[in-house]
Design a protein around this ligand. Structure first.
Ligand code: TEU
Ligand code: CA
Length: 560
């Protein structure tokens, strides 16, 4: 395909000219459309709602919006089950509204990143409806089928939302494979015709002005179910290179792959500076620091802080100069970071700002998940009220397994994906200003205390902290280009590191605990210029108050 030469040539030219790709200096904001802003009172967020909040995002100072799926979908997994890649689901709006969002955001220098779910489609996608008609239907081989007798699936592979990964279709005498729900049949990436169809769709969105793509579970594309290999299959990177060559034709695109199986070695392939694959990946190793080893996500242990900061440091060092990190605490699948790593009580704001400073001081592209910039917290709903397919399956399966209701409740409160999916808290009016109708999922009752309207006007708010961090990243290249060195490695309360670049350095110092900590770097911090802090006032320089954090700047005096 001709394009690849254009793309890599442009990328190398960018690199040669020492021009840094825009996304290395960018901050990206993730929107979960169902829960961001409802414009027509049906209780579900939509594109017109997002359009009405672009001023807010411009004030926050973000450079791109990652939009969780808005494609046509029966919403079995809230849009991560797509039935038409080239149309917008009516609950979210129309293609015309999507075009105006791209245009209006573009006027503010904000790019739109689409969420591509290419590992599977909805079982209502035209391809699957055709595929199920007969074994020799031209679309049959777009999916993964295995013969059987309906009594025993081909092997023991499990689906991520529970149950077998194989679903029996009696009229075909075959099973189809699904990593997620039975209504999300996996696509057969070994089929070149399927791949060409996907690449054509991607190029169609690029011509509509899309600025980038988030790739759902990209590490599953090379699966080999017969060998019980799902993630990181032997053919994975060749597939991603082909997709990058043939579909990501615009060298300005940002592409980020979700890869739960990624480690620093595979991340160097995914995000290699030659642009042969992706710009970066979402890796989740730091999100495993509070998971019981070898157990599923519902089995929690207290955060192992020293392990957490060593994981973050290792990724900083491993990808420096040979890859690129994404930086995130939250997304639509993870609990709120204040509830998980911070404090929901008296230190909620200080801990939310500490987490922002700890993350945004590092090298990589930071992601802010809607509401994170306000310090929104987890919710505790009656178990019947949870909406998320993964959570509902967990409750059902664990009740059937006879596990104590109290354990189920505690796990769901701590980890359910619905913690991230409660409506955005815009102000203290009814439904937090999210909708004039009945929200599809309850609003967190703490919205009167935690909302955007109150924080936009308060200089020491969590919102103001993020706005300042986004400005600092634009102003000081050391945030983008600086090396990373972890300090106080074994300290059980403090996460501290130094960034250095061309005579400028930053010292980032964060008390991750709810207790005061002696400041072992008081001499250094005294000599530095405090750029931002999680506290509105400066306390005793020798002590870090609970969740106290700051970034100090050091600039070597220019020789006369
Ligand atoms: O998530 C991939 C994934 O593995 C998650 O389901 C994860 O295991 C779990 O939720 C961790 O909390 C992606 C999307 O981000 C998720 O929303 C979709 O449900 C899933 O793929 C299927 O498309
Ligand atoms: Ca709506």
């Amino acid at each position: 395909m001709m394009q690849n030469t254009v793309k890599t040539a442009a990328l190398t030219e960018t690199a040669e000219k020492g021009k840094t790709p825009w996304w290395k200096q960018a901050v990206i904001y993730q929107i979960y459309p169902r829960s961001f802003c409802d414009s027509n009172g049906d209780g579900i967020g939509d594109l017109a709602g997002i359009l009405s909040r672009l001023d807010y995002l411009e004030e926050l100072g973000i450079d791109a919006i990652w939009l969780s799926p808005v494609f046509r979908s029966p919403q079995d997994d809230n849009g991560y089950d797509i039935s038409d890649y080239c149309d917008i689901d009516p609950i979210f709006g129309t293609l015309e509204e999507m075009d105006s969002l791209i245009r209006e955001a573009g006027k503010r220098g904000i790019r739109i990143i689409m969420d591509l779910v290419l590992n599977h489609t909805s079982d209502q996608h035209r391809w699957f409806l055709e595929a199920k008609k007969s074994r020799d239907n031209p679309f049959h081989d777009f999916y993964i089928w295995r013969d059987g007798d309906g009594t025993r699936p081909p092997n023991g592979l499990k689906a991520s939302f529970g149950g077998s990964a194989w679903e029996w279709v009696p009229e075909l005498g075959q099973y189809y494979f699904h990593c997620f729900s039975v209504r999300q049949p996996d696509l057969n990436w070994e089929n070149p015709l399927l791949r060409q169809e996907l690449y054509r769709m991607i190029r169609w969105w690029i011509r509509r002005g899309i600025g980038g793509f988030r790739l759902d579970v990209v590490d599953l594309f090379g699966k080999e179910p017969d060998r019980e290999i799902t993630s990181d299959g032997p053919g994975l990177h060749a597939l991603i290179r082909e997709m990058s060559r043939e579909a990501f034709i615009d060298p300005e695109l940002v592409t980020v792959g979700e890869a739960w199986s990624a480690d620093t070695e595979s991340a160097k392939l995914y995000s290699s500076p030659d642009g042969a694959e992706l710009s970066m990946v979402f890796q989740f190793e730091h999100h495993l620091a509070d998971r019981e080893a070898g157990k599923d996500k519902w089995h929690r242990i207290p955060v192992d802080f020293v392990r957490l900061k060593k994981i973050l440091a290792r990724w900083q060092q491993a990808l420096s100069g040979c890859g690129w990190n994404s930086l995130f605490w939250e997304n639509h699948d993870l609990p709120r970071s204040v509830s998980r790593f911070g404090d929901e009580g008296p230190f909620r704001e200080a801990s939310a700002k500490m987490l922002a400073i700890a993350l945004h001081g590092m090298q990589g592209t930071p992601y802010i998940y809607q509401g994170e910039e306000l310090g929104m917290t987890n919710i505790r709903l009656p178990l019947e009220e949870y909406r998320d397919i993964e959570t509902r399956n967990m409750i059902r399966e664990n009740r059937e397994a006879g596990l104590p209701e109290a354990w189920i409740r505690q796990s769901v409160f701590a980890i359910s994906r619905d913690n991230a999916r409660t409506p955005m808290q815009w102000d203290d009016s009814e439904n937090a200003g999210f909708s004039s109708g009945t929200p599809w999922i309850p609003v967190n009752p703490n919205y009167r205390e935690i909302n955007a309207a109150e924080q936009r006007k308060r200089p020491d708010s969590v919102f103001s902290c993020y706005r300042t961090l986004n400005r600092l990243r634009k102003r000081y290249p050391v945030f983008t280009d600086g090396t990373f060195r972890l300090l106080l490695e074994e300290d059980r309360q403090i996460f501290a590191y130094r960034r250095e670049n061309a005579g400028t350095s930053l010292l980032v110092l964060c008390n991750f605990s709810g207790e005061c900590a002696a400041n072992p770097l008081a001499a250094e911090t005294a000599a530095g210029k405090l750029l931002i802090s999680s506290y509105p006032d400066s306390g005793d320089p020798g002590v870090l108050r609970p969740y106290e954090a700051g970034i100090y700047l050091f600039e070597r005096q220019k020789e006369e």
